[in-house]
Design a protein around this ligand. Structure first.
Ligand SMILES: Nc1ncnc2c1ncn2[C@@H]1O[C@H](COP(=O)(O)OP(=O)(O)OP(=O)(O)O)[C@@H](O)[C@H]1O
Length: 516
């Protein structure tokens, strides 16, 4: 095996299992750095692959590279994401059972790219019949569509996934890919109505404006300039040089035609997308009773047309709320402030449901109608750990999800491996590692964790506020080693935490969350 490797591939160790100082973090990072400086971005830890984002084309994803890895024993060739894909595929075929590839890492680490490389590997190397090429193309082309609606520019990544994705690729008994299924998790709806400085809304809005045909835009009542839309311009980077919205629109339009979307589907879909942009531009004023009014109903008319609702019903929904008590219904006017809230809530709900519809629609085009037994390779590509200047509920959920994935890794590798050694009576030096279960418990424990406390605050009678939630946290989890607030931090730590914030010491670093 050694003889087959070129000198370049032998830089450092290509499997961390061979590292002498295996408990030293600096030795680990040194090895990664040494290899990275030679453009070797992959290193194994046994059958786990560590990947460092090169942010440049390295020419390592060619068809000849794919062929090189095809059917070759895992450790015979230098570490590569193709070896992971090939190994899962061969094991699935020989054992006739399901396999899963879990991709995890911080935002921008390269998870989505890795999952696309794996899909491409299967598309090129798996046996294929002509009739099944359609299933393969649909599987591949569902990606640009999902990315257009579910990805956005953040400060960490120009193409950051703002939803989690689990994809099953189904294979028949001959190992031919015959279908697929996608599950999406928690699309970041808040982005539809608000973006931090330097960030954008979901790509599709900008793509539609930049690339959409003149007649389509006219039908939707839209102008080309994204700066004209409040929901697109808050991050002050609607036009971003590194992103070519016009080209991406072409890719997405082409993908739509392959994955079975009819003209009517697309007309409805973009009608809804346009209605969200119009919603964002509705302004409210206060009448002399303090109630919200809409002085300019231009946008209302467009939304009503695009969503197929009556303008007066839409207007009432945005400026009033309905209270239903047993048999009675009372309609109360809203203040302008609450109307803004209602408008944004509607935009988020409309977008969130459209995304769910889109995933379902893609799934129906990927479904394999033949009911013979299939095995699957599952791919989990989920939003990575994130920390921004301002972190809200979304970051809290995303980082909690990453804590859970870290738990899975600990359970499946460190713990399972050492239990096996113990069972088989193998002598080894136990490895100390930080078990982040304590942080998962802090978030999720029933009746005691942060989610339960938030839940209770939301449903209890009486005035619950962001502050009362924070105070409850201080009271109930204030003594936890991984929890801090300004009050609890004492004079030294006070400056770094705001009065409405709490901080969690995650396995991957500290994050300060705003309770607002
Ligand atoms: N293997 C690679 N080779 C070259 N460039 C890469 C590679 N992996 C990632 N990149 C670059 O890094 C960018 C970010 O990667 P990617 O979108 O996969 O990150 P991510 O981990 O999925 O992030 P998020 O959690 O924000 O979705 C890509 O758009 C691409 O430019």
């Amino acid at each position: 095996m050694e003889g087959a490797l070129t000198a370049r591939d032998k830089v450092g160790v290509q499997d961390f299992v061979l590292l002498d100082a295996y408990t030293s973090e600096s030795a680990f990072v040194d090895n990664l750095r040494k290899r990275f400086s030679e453009n070797l971005i992959y290193t194994y830890i046994g059958t786990l692959l560590v990947s460092v984002n090169p942010y440049q084309e390295l020419g390592i994803y060619t068809v000849s590279q794919m062929e090189l890895y095809q059917g070759v024993n895992f450790f015979e060739l230098p570490p590569h994401v193709y070896a992971i894909a090939d190994n899962a595929y061969r094991m699935m075929c020989s054992e006739l059972n399901n396999h899963f590839i879990l991709i995890s890492g911080e935002s921008g680490a390269g998870k989505t790219e890795a999952s696309k490389k794996i899909l491409q590997y299967f598309a090129v190397t798996c046996p294929m019949t002509q009739s099944l090429q359609i299933a393969r193309d649909r599987l591949l082309l569902s990606n640009p569509v999902l990315e257009a609606f579910g990805n956005a520019r953040t400060l960490r990544n120009d193409n950051s996934s703002r939803f989690g994705k689990y994809m099953d690729i189904q294979f028949d008994f001959q190992g031919i890919p015959v279908g697929g299924h996608i599950i999406s998790y928690l699309i970041e709806k808040s982005r539809v109505v608000y973006q931090n400085q330097g960030e954008r809304n979901f790509h599709i809005f900008y793509q539609l404006l930049a690339g959409g045909e003149e007649e389509r835009l006219a039908y939707l009542g839209l102008e080309r300039d994204p700066q004209l839309y409040k929901y697109l311009s808050q991050g002050h980077c609607a036009k971003e040089l590194s992103i070519n919205d016009k080209n991406d629109w072409k890719t997405v339009s082409n993908a739509f035609s392959v994955i079975d979307f009819t003209k009517a589907d697309l007309e409805n879909l973009f009608g809804i997308i346009a209605s969200v942009l119009h919603l964002g531009n509705i302004g409210f004023e206060e009448d002399d009773r303090g109630c919200a009014t809409v002085p300019d109903t231009h946008e209302i008319k467009w939304i009503a047309k695009l969503l197929g609702v009556h303008p007066s019903i839409l207007l009432e929904a945005l400026t009033h709320r309905k209270i239903e008590a047993k048999t009675e219904k009372v309609i109360c006017p809203l203040t302008p402030e609450l109307s803004v809230y209602a408008r944004d809530a509607m935009a988020k709900a409309v977008y969130g449901r459209t995304f769910t519809w889109l995933v379902n629609k893609i799934n129906s085009s990927l479904v394999n109608k033949d009911f013979t037994r299939k095995t699957v390779i599952g791919l989990l590509d989920i939003y990575g750990f994130e920390v921004f200047d301002k972190n809200g509920f979304e970051q809290f959920c995303i980082n909690y999800c990453n804590e859970k994935l870290q738990q899975l890794l600990i359970e499946r590798t460190l713990k399972a491996e050492q239990t096996e050694y113990e069972m088989e009576g193998i002598e080894w030096e136990p490895i100390q590692y930080f078990n982040n279960k304590i942080i998962c418990d802090l978030v999720e424990e029933r009746h005691k964790g942060i989610i339960s406390i938030l839940d209770e605050e939301c449903i209890r009678p009486g005035p619950a506020t962001d502050l009362s939630f924070l105070e409850k946290l201080e009271e109930k989890v204030g003594r936890h080693a991984h929890f801090q607030t300004r009050k609890l931090a004492g004079p030294k730590g006070q400056k770094r935490i705001g009065w409405m914030e709490f901080r969690l010491l995650h396995y991957a670093g500290e994050v300060t969350y705003c309770t607002k």
